[in-house]
Structures are given as structure tokens and as C-alpha cells.
Write a protein that binds this ligand. Sequence first.
Ligand code: TTP
Ligand code: MG
Length: 406
Amino acid sequence: MLFGMGRQILHVDMDEFFAAVEKLDNPALVGKCVLVGGDPAGRGVVSTASYEARVFGCGSAMPMITALRLCPKAIVLPGRHERYREVSEQIFEIFGRFSPLVEPLSIDEAFLDVTGSLRLMGDGEQIARDIKGAIRREVGLAASVGVAPNKFLAKLASDLEKPDGLTVITAENVQQVLDPLAIRKLWGVGPAAEKRLERLSIRTFGQIRHAAPATLTAGLGPGGQELQRLARGEDDRPVVPDHQARSISQECTFPRDVDDYDQLGDVLVEQVSQVARRLRRAGLKARTVTLKIRTGDFVTRTRSATLGEATNLTDELLAVARGLLAAWRTENPSALRLLGMGASQLIAAGGQLPLFGRQRRDKMERLDRTLDDIASRFGSQAVRRGRVKGDGAAAQSERPDGERKK
Ligand code: TTP
Ligand code: MG
């Protein structure tokens, strides 16, 4: 039922996401009509229209050529998906601090079930405010958040006051918020259903709510009852976390190609330390370590190794990453333009550790905790692990994947 469970669900959705990232990286674009998407000459479509361009009627999925006709002064950008992915990871890492129950819906939106965090972190509205604040401060972007007792209402709410919105739907205001809304906003109501409902003189949630069930079934089939439930704001689907789909990574493009493997090793230590810290902060462990390498000729390659058991210990991840880098060096000792390290196949931390190696891991955990504490107080630059000559432990498996030219 609607409020019986007393859940607090948040839906967070970034505003004009691809355009917002472009504005973040190039402040000259702020306040301008920006269209991110395919080449107008090649029948490309718009992925994101900035809010400035939406005023002229531009929107997602529209042919770029049409959007440019509506807004000829718009700046067209091809999109930098790797960068959007990177910003997305930063945002999801922030979500992970507020609840382990995070269900990603797309690159820029997720459901969070924060019911279990309420006692520690305040009510849903407070948590929403804190998430918005963290994204604003740490990433530099605006998010809209809906807070409600279920997913359907939370998603609806995040859209109501975009951009930079925060809308709370409660048992008290639910009908007042829903009733005036156009039926288009109901899940499952496409243009065809909308037409059929209009024939029944039904245009708002309120009208659906008050319609006789038989009328709805006659007009829409068995789905009519389901719509009525949604129009009343009832939805009991759980938030399903999906760690598999995510990864946490860090990369660095060098101003000049680097062939000094001691220097590359230092960069790797820094990257692994940061990724491991982000894993721990998000309460996650990773099973797969991936190295990303771009050589001077712009060819990008990845090398992955999968661990027998997931970990978020810096030293364990580092040993694997070092092994991958050493194997790469033997195979292909050219200078690197970019080095990156990522952790994926994420699972929630907190499982039982095997007895074997328990003491050694306890020690590593204590070291990581101490370094995390120093980093959080004095910044990550304050802590550095020493350089280890040699290659560390060998990777357990090696697999070239995702080879592509850039
Ligand atoms: P949305 O969240 O739907 O859109 P948005 O973030 O650009 O704008 P809003 O403020 O209304 O939330 O989608 C997120 C990103 O996904 C968007 O920036 C680009 C991409 N996208 C596409 O590539 N094609 C599409 O058709 C849509 C809808 C989105
Ligand atoms: Mg969005």
C-alpha cells in the first residue's frame, strides 16, 4: 500500500546533463543555447538541449537540423561521452554515501531508498538537500530531487520543479499535487492511450482517480485499473540496487607522453589510492581491476584482471593494477599519453572475510582507515604510499578487451 511501509524514496535527476557538463568545463557556454548531439549534416539528433535552447522549443531526440531551425544561434557540440561517464560516476559515488540502495536508471538519474538512513541523516527532505549540496559543491552541477514514499511519486516529484528543484510528496499533499497533473505524466500513458482517455474526457490524474473502474477498463483494457492505482499515487516496487552496472575509475592524460615506468607507477599508486578510497566511502568492493592505456598514437587499450574475491583494500587493488601495468610494459614498452585505472563488478562491502589471511587483511584495513582519515582531514595530497620498485603481485588473469581506435 501507499504509505503503510513508511518508505522514503528519492529520485535524483541531473539538470540538462550533457549540456551542464559542457558548461562546467567551458564557462563561456553558461547562459547560451547549447545543443549536444549528432552532426546536423549527418542527420544527427539532439541528446541534450540546454534550458536556454528549450525556450525555443528544442528538445532531446529532435533532429539537430530541426533544433537549429528553431534556434539558429545555438552552439552545437558533438558530446564527450567518456567525460559524462566520469561525472556520472562522481555523482553515483555521492549517492552511495547516503544509502546502499541505489538503483541507477540512466547515466544521470537514480532512485535511492533512504528509509534506513533516516535516523542517522535526518528526514528525506534533509537528505535530498544534502545530496544536492554535495553534488553542487563537489561536482559543480545542479540536480533535481523528488522525495516521496514510493518510486512512482519520487520520479514524478523530481520533474515538477526542474531545474535545481526539490519537491516533497507526502501522504498529506499527494492528492493535491497529483490531481491537476496531465495524464501524459503517468507511466504507461503514451500518445495512443492519451487519445483514448481524452475521448472519455479524462485529461488529469484527478479525473482518472474519480473515474469508474468499469469505464477505464472499457476504454483501456485491464491496464486501466493499474493507471488508476498510479493516479492515486500507489506503487510498491522496491528500489533494486545494481552495482554490476557501475565502476569507479580515475585517469590522467599527460601533457607530454611518458615512458618512465617509475613515474607511471607513481601515477598508478595515486589512482588506485583514490579509487579504493571512493570504494570504501561508498561501502563497495570490486572484483575487477581495469587499466586503461592510451599510447602516443591515440590508440586506447584496456587490460583487466578479475580477483577471486572482491576487495576495497588499496594494497590488494594496487598489486593487481601493478601486475597489469608490468605485463603491458613487457608486451608494448611505448610511451603513454593516458593512464587510467578502474574498479568494476562492484558489490556491497560488509561480507564475511575468509579466515585465511585475516590478520594481514586486518592490518591493511587499519592502514587504509588511517590514510582515509588523514585524507579526509587534510586532503588526498597529504597521503602518499611509497613507490615500490619491481612489479608487485602478478595479475591473476589478463584479457585485452574493448580495443578501439580513438
Ligand atoms: P534526461 O535526464 O532525460 O535529460 P537532461 O538531463 O538533459 O535534462 P533534464 O534537466 O530535463 O533532466 O537525460 C539525461 C541525459 O541523457 C541527457 O543529458 C542526454 C542523454 N539523452 C540522450 O542522449 N537522448 C535522449 O533522448 C534523452 C532523453 C537523453
Ligand atoms: Mg536529467
